[in-house]
Design a protein around this ligand. Structure first.
Ligand code: NBP
Length: 499
């Protein structure tokens, strides 16, 4: 039965009457900024009654004014009303700014909830926070889920990629709702239970890290096409459009063509030429790099992408340095006819490396945190809805299906061959960019990773010798078991230290 709410405050605005439903809602969403509002609408459009709430109730009013006709919503002004509007076990999606706001919302909810109720943090929370919150909620008999949601506002509304982490019993209570609102690819929802506590937010974090690497590689290709091949933005847009029909087919390549093709209405110039070259970031790339360092995983592509955003933000310093620090003289030879195809291949090979590194990190994290991640399934749920959705992810899923617990994707024949075929072009691009003075941190570091990874014997023997010399850190020998130290400055005699 529909009744008209009288409890909803208007905070000085004209009173607005919304139809309110007396039946209990199956799920609630608190936090009605762009992501929460769109998720609530997505759920309601599937015929599921949703309770909605926001700290500042004017936002709830605006939501109801705009979208109440899209489904069955119960608008709650207070947290108490919100909780009372939900069937049990209560399922509450928290979609507020990551960090302290999530804790504030949990603190408000906890005293109002009953044993077995489920709090679902669907924002971009840092996984250690999710592990802590899971523990704190469990101590009060509540089930907590950390759920990664990718796809931006459009994805939240029409079908995101969803990475749910948390207790399997809690997932069972929300599986039907989450899989119904997720993007669907080949009839499969882009949503699968990732693992316990922080696993969902971890996978979302690495997804965002890979997104950083993907975007940085695209930016480096654009830089080379502009400053070495001498092409303008509309010409480069056409190149990206062509690239989107091959191996590189993906959402990011598709929107790169669109961004480059856009003309600025004010100046008549390509819009990209009037955008300030200073990249923002919200932290997930940095978190990914930090955890890779903690785990000892070489994650060069994503980490260089984070550093590249850092150097982009030093705009005033770069302006001053451009007048002082000299680069090479531009050479005509650089503008080869095959340069565009070389750049395409360098981009593809570097992308393979970035994904190989990201998946290697998830493998290491899975072991370290005890998550038992199904990496093939992670690639499968990234095929639709999310920012890094790409054809390419099918190959990664197949690789895990065929080869099981892979140490590194580069060892799968499909990727081994792809990189081997691209390597000559990749090396030419790195050489050309270096000769021309164009920074290509992600291209170059990915190639260096490839060269380091494929070497049976690298130069770390010398590093160990030096460490033993100045710090008696000891070393292992290639021809004997055990650990050794040489008394370098004293008598030069080698002694076994673990015997
Ligand atoms: P924002 O990250 O901009 O957060 C705004 C929301 O947080 C508002 O509802 C605000 O309520 C609420 N909030 C804040 Br701020 N402090 C609060 C507090 N102490 N108690 C209760 N509520 C509080 O919203 P968003 O862009 O929709 O993103 C939501 C989450 O989704 C974030 O974690 C974000 O990182 C993640 N995410 C965003 C995207 C994207 O494309 N935007 C994509 C994927 C994931 P108020 O109205 O009262 O101020």
């Amino acid at each position: 039965m529909w009744i008209t709410t009288t409890s909803f405050s208007t905070r000085g605005r004209a009173r607005v009457a919304f139809p309110l439903v007396t039946e209990l809602s199956r799920i609630g969403v608190t936090g009605l900024a762009v992501m929460g509002a769109n998720l609530a609408r997505n759920i309601a459009r599937r015929g599921i009654p949703v309770a909605v709430h926001n700290r500042t109730s004017a936002r709830t009013e605006e939501f109801m004014e705009a979208y109440s006709g899209e489904g069955t919503f119960t608008a709650a002004e207070s947290t108490e009303e919100f909780v009372a509007a939900l069937e049990r076990p209560r399922r509450i999606i928290v979609m507020v700014k990551a960090g302290a706001p999530v804790d504030a919302v949990i603190q408000e909810l906890v005293p109002l909830l009953d044993e077995g109720d489920i709090i679902i943090d669907a924002g971009n929370s840092h996984f250690p926070d999710t592990i802590r919150r899971t523990q704190e909620c469990a101590e009060r008999g509540l089930r907590f889920m950390g759920v990664g949601v990718s796809g931006g506002e459009e994805g939240a509304l029409n079908g995101p990629s969803i990475m749910p982490g948390g207790d399997p019993s809690a997932y069972a209570e929300v599986e039907e709702i989450l899989t119904s609102i997720a993007a669907q690819v080949d009839g499969t929802p882009c949503c699968v239970h990732v693992g316990p506590d922080g696993a969902g937010h971890y996978v979302k974090m690495v997804h965002n890290g890979i997104e950083y690497a993907d975007i940085q590689l695209i930016a480096e290709a654009y830089d080379l096409l502009t400053h070495v091949a001498g092409l303008d933005a509309p010409a480069i847009a056409k190149i990206f459009e062509e690239w989107n029909s091959g191996d590189l087919e993906s959402f990011l390549i598709e929107i790169t063509a669109k961004v480059l093709a856009k003309t600025d209405e004010k100046t008549g110039r390509p819009l990209v030429d009037v955008i300030v070259d200073q990249a923002g970031q919200k932290g997930t790339g940095t978190w990914t790099a930090i955890d890779a360092l903690n785990l000892g995983v070489p994650l060069t592509g994503i980490t260089e992408a984070v550093f590249a955003r850092g150097i982009s933000s030093l705009r005033e310093e770069r302006k001053a340095a451009s007048k002082v620090l000299v680069g090479p003289n531009p050479s005509e030879a650089a503008n080869r006819t095959d340069l565009v195809e070389d750049i395409r291949q360098a981009l593809y090979a570097s992308k393979v490396v970035a994904y190989a590194q990201g998946f290697a990190q998830m493998r290491a994290a899975s072991k370290n945190y005890g998550w038992n991640l199904d990496l093939g399934a992670m690639a499968r749920i990234w095929r639709g809805g999310c920012i890094i959705r790409a054809q390419f992810l099918n190959r990664i899923t197949e690789a895990y299906e065929e080869h099981g617990d892979l140490e590194n994707l580069l060892m799968v024949p499909y990727f081994t061959e792809a990189v081997a075929n691209a390597q000559d072009a990749w090396r030419r691009v790195v050489i050309t960019a270096t000769e021309q003075g164009v920074a290509i941190p992600a291209f170059a570091s990915s190639l260096s990773y490839y060269d380091a990874y494929r070497r049976e014997r690298g130069p770390a023997n010398l590093i160990q010798g030096l460490r033993d010399f100045f710090g008696a850190h000891t070393y292992q020998r290639i021809d004997a078991e055990g650990w050794y130290h040489t008394r370098w400055p004293q008598d030069g005699v080698e002694v076994r230290t673990d015997a």
